[in-house]
Design a binder for this molecule. Sequence first.
Ligand code: 9UX
Length: 72
Amino acid sequence: ERDTIDLNIGGMTCASCAKNVEKVLKKLEGVESVSVNLPLEKAHLVYDSSLVSVTDMKSAVEDIGYSATSEK
Ligand code: 9UX
């Protein structure tokens, strides 16, 4: 099932931070597209919910030192 989510990302202070977050999320199996908005501190993702969970995405972001939260 294709789904979308917006994650709130904390701790990004420069453009490289945004790239780091984008890169780690794109590596996850099942993540189809990622777009990080640095000033809004958000990441918008399109993903296949049968392959990857929101918890997986948050963990990947947290593992590289940023925070990640979402409504769902
Ligand atoms: Mo930006 Mo993030 O220099 O660790 S890459 S602060």
